[in-house]
Design a protein around this ligand. Structure first.
Ligand SMILES: Cc1ncc(CO)c(N)n1
Length: 221
């Protein structure tokens, strides 16, 4: 019997949001270099608020994980986000004329989608040792699989502005692709675990896809 992998099932069940999140006009404008700079700056400021909370989520996934391989894969990812990716954000803010007082503002008004991410992340973090790993990994896998999907789709694109170009290569380089392949393989194994509620994880994966698509929509407002 040819069983559908759990990671593929999660993506299939997340339609139409998977399609909307990975084939959004925002991404097409960005890879073509025609996206309004103000729209992109706005998006990056919001994404920076997302990434700081996302870093906590990865730290909890590390704490909830059992094996050294899991801790290694996730801590390497956390390290990349807090070094190379942080460096990308800081250089981009500078080039786009965004002041630190704005992008570091703890009282920044966040988009409803970013608030939605924060709420889902808090629930996953608070879900405890038994199911915490599965919940945290579902959010991480969805967010990274969405970005890797468009990153790979547009690997031939090379917009002139470094903040567009590097945003593509951050999400399609060999390291990132192998990370996403590993995240999906972890979800496949979790899907075999009798203690795991597959339908609850599927609903969470779909919710994150929906928020990803909504975040691109809201960046134009
Ligand atoms: C909202 C969001 N999802 C995924 C990624 C990829 O890390 C990101 N930077 N932001």
């Amino acid at each position: 019997m040819n069983k559908v992998k759990f990671s593929d099932y999660l993506i299939q069940q997340a339609e139409p949001y998977w399609q909307q999140a990975t084939d959004h006009g925002f991404i097409r404008d960005m890879v073509d270099g025609t996206l309004d700079k103000k729209v992109f700056a706005n998006y990056l400021v919001q994404d920076y608020a997302f990434v700081r909370v996302f870093a906590d989520l990865i730290a909890y996934a590390i704490a909830y994980s059992k094996t050294l391989e899991q801790k290694h894969r996730l801590s390497t990812f956390l390290s990349m986000i807090t070094s190379a990716e942080d460096d990308y954000f800081i250089r981009s803010f500078e080039a786009l004329g965004v002041e630190p007082s704005h992008y570091l503002d703890p009282n920044l008004a966040v988009f409803p989608s970013i608030q939605g991410f924060h709420d889902e992340i808090k629930k996953a973090i608070d879900s405890g040792a038994e199911v915490g790993y599965a919940n945290c990994m579902t959010i991480i896998t969805c967010a990274e699989a969405v970005y890797c999907h468009w990153g790979v789709k547009y690997r031939e694109k090379s917009p002139e502005a470094f903040y567009f170009n590097e945003w593509i290569t951050l999400h399609n380089n060999d390291y990132f692709q192998s990370l996403v392949a590993w995240l999906k393989s972890e979800m496949d194994q979790l899907g075999e675990d009798q203690k795991v509620d597959r339908e609850q994880l599927s609903a969470l994966f779909t919710k994150i896809c929906q928020l990803e698509s909504q975040f691109f929509d809201e960046s134009y407002l």
